[in-house]
Write a new protein. Structure first.
Length: 299
């Protein structure tokens, strides 16, 4: 892999691009307008400063570097230099054809808007050439929704990153029914080449692996709260002490963001109460009230 094109410069798109450049790839970010460039540049700077902060906190001990920054022969001085070079080397491009030309991997990292994604894939389809691999970072939309629009369904699949990818270096590689197994393996290797630790999701599933486990866990905790079974502090304590976990579900919810949790809860409110596993309407109401008061579970 030599060139990577990232479609979209949001929080994750910026982080993905910066880390690809850190690992020596010629990295381009396609953006819709000059205004988009103005919104992306601060995101890149923020991610860069966070990376530098993490490097400084090692005290010069390279073994303490975040996993996404580690590679053979790395030192903290070299990591600092590579991060600076990565920020300087990124190409922010408005011309889609120029951004895609020669890219080995194209990473779509747009907002979770199915209409916007569909429009983007239609624009990219006639520009893609033989051998180019197209992946989506979507966390909620299944790749099969868009496979036929890409024009290269056999070379299209999901590559899902977590926030702060240099710290949380899990990636979930998920196939859709038309994905070529050989391409799947290439994407697994690509993830490893940028110091990610990939897991294979060989059958399409909303939520991948992590969220398929995490979402029910978090909702079970919120259900205990809205039914007045216990308190935030005691529910968290039960999990931390009983499971040996570093923190409980409400600490996790504060980190994930209450708006994200509220949006998920809203999607589940359509389930009839008599078959719903949790009190989704009450959970949505609780989260909405906290968001309106600008509160978290731990303030």
């Amino acid at each position: 892999m030599n060139k990577v094109a990232v479609i979209g410069g949001g929080v994750l798109g910026s982080q993905i691009a910066l880390l690809c450049a850190y690992h020596g790839l010629d990295t381009w970010i396609w953006l819709r307008s000059p205004e988009s460039i103005g919104r992306t540049e601060p995101k890149l700077e923020k991610a860069y400063q966070e990376i530098i902060g993490d490097i400084e906190r090692t005290g010069g001990d390279a073994t303490l570097l975040p996993p996404g920054l580690k590679e053979a022969g790395i030192t903290t001085e070299l990591a600092r230099k590579k991060a600076s070079q990565a920020l300087e080397s990124l190409h922010l491009e408005l011309d889609l054809e120029k951004a895609l030309k020669g890219a080995d991997v194209i990473i779509e990292s747009m907002s979770e808007d199915p209409k916007a994604k569909a429009e983007m894939y239609r624009k990219m389809a006639p520009l893609l050439t033989d051998g180019q691999i197209l992946v989506t970072n979507s966390s909620t939309l299944l790749p099969s929704m868009f496979a036929d629009l890409t024009g290269v369904p056999e070379r299209y699949l999901s590559l899902h990153f977590a926030n702060h990818i240099w710290r949380n270096n899990l990636t979930e590689v998920m196939a859709q029914p038309e994905t070529d197994p050989a391409v799947f393996d290439v994407v697994m290797d690509f993830a490893r080449s940028i110091s990610m630790d990939p897991v294979a999701v060989r059958k399409e599933r909303s939520g991948y692996l992590l969220n398929s486990m995490l979402v029910p866990f978090l909702f079970s905790a919120m259900d205990l709260l809205v039914t007045e079974t216990s308190t935030v502090e005691d529910i968290d304590k039960a999990w931390v002490k009983g499971a040996g976990a570093p923190y409980g579900p409400f600490r996790m919810l504060d980190a994930v963001g209450l708006e994200t949790a509220r949006n998920i809860a809203h999607n589940f409110t359509a389930i009839p109460d008599e078959v719903a596993p949790f009190h989704y309407k009450d959970i949505e109401k609780m989260l909405t009230e906290k968001i309106e008061r600008k509160e978290k579970f731990y303030n």
